[in-house]
Design a protein around this ligand. Structure first.
Ligand SMILES: [Zn+2]
Length: 275
């Protein structure tokens, strides 16, 4: 009996689906089933589930995984996908029941959205409540939220898709959004509209310190110099007014390759306008 028990303890646990040794790396990333689940999650960048990647590495890099619209998920999806893979694994092991990979992906998105909606009803974080907690206020003033914005513009019908991503280090949260705009005169105007939308959302999130990054050098220069091209005059004044809502704000130019996630969002917004 003792030997038997020892035998059970030393025998490696195997994956109920494929028979490979069951580790977190295998179960959540490398197993064929897990890969199928990840394939059905629409992300702005592909999660690295190659055979050399580990669960810990993917978890550490998961903060900037952003779900594309129209999923409606703006927070981190990683934990929800892993949770659903885990509960499906238990269903298979203990009840001999199985679900389709696509269903697991859909359930992950649904749970992430439900969680997000539940958070919207929670009270605001302490730093937005006034009071005299100077330590929290000091910490807040030291953190800067980064906003990436981009726009896609279609000359034929003068429509634009705007995309933005907000990294909030204080709440360890990444949110994203898109909008579509009609009667947009130029790509420059589309970029300015994306900045305005992103700042409106940053204001709604009660963020204090902002570093806004755009890959449009002309726009960044105009916003920093406050010398606005005529075509942008109204929008840039809106941006100036919005800027005064924050404790600090800076506008920074980034190259296109560093702005690819916002670019993907803008293009996806455009796609929904002109499928
Ligand atoms: Zn497996």
């Amino acid at each position: 009996m003792a030997l038997q028990r020892r035998g059970i303890l030393t025998h490696p646990v195997t994956c109920a689906r494929c028979g490979a040794p069951e580790s977190a790396d295998h179960l959540f990333l490398h197993c064929r089933f897990a890969r199928q689940v990840w394939d059905n999650i629409p992300l702005t960048r592909t999660i690295d589930i190659g055979t050399n990647s580990t669960f810990d590495q993917c978890l550490a890099a998961s903060h900037d995984l952003v779900c594309l619209p129209p999923t409606g998920v703006s927070g981190n999806i990683f934990s929800w996908v892993c949770w659903c893979i885990w509960t499906e694994r238990n269903l298979l092991v203990f009840e001999d029941r199985t679900l389709d990979a696509k269903d697991i992906s859909c359930t992950s998105i649904k749970l992430a959205r439900e969680w997000q909606e539940a958070q919207a009803h929670k009270p605001l974080p302490a730093h937005n409540l006034g009071g005299n907690n100077s330590h929290i206020r000091e910490l807040t003033s030291m953190t800067v939220s980064t906003l990436f914005t981009d726009a896609a513009w279609k000359a034929q019908d003068r429509t634009a898709g705007c995309g933005w991503i907000i990294h909030n280090p204080q709440e360890r949260e990444t949110t994203s959004g898109t909008s579509t705009e009609l009667c947009v005169a130029s790509p420059l105007m589309a970029e300015a509209l994306a900045v305005r939308e992103a700042l409106l959302h940053a204001k709604a999130l009660h963020l204090s310190n902002i570093c806004l990054k755009s890959d449009n050098q002309v726009l960044v220069k105009a916003l920093n110099s406050k010398q606005h091209p005529v075509e942008l005059y109204g929008i840039n004044l809106d941006i100036e007014n919005l800027s005064s809502s924050f404790c600090s704000i800076s506008f920074v130019y980034v190259s296109r390759n560093l702005n690819s996630a916002a670019d993907a969002l803008a293009k996806s917004a455009m796609y929904y306008l002109n499928p």
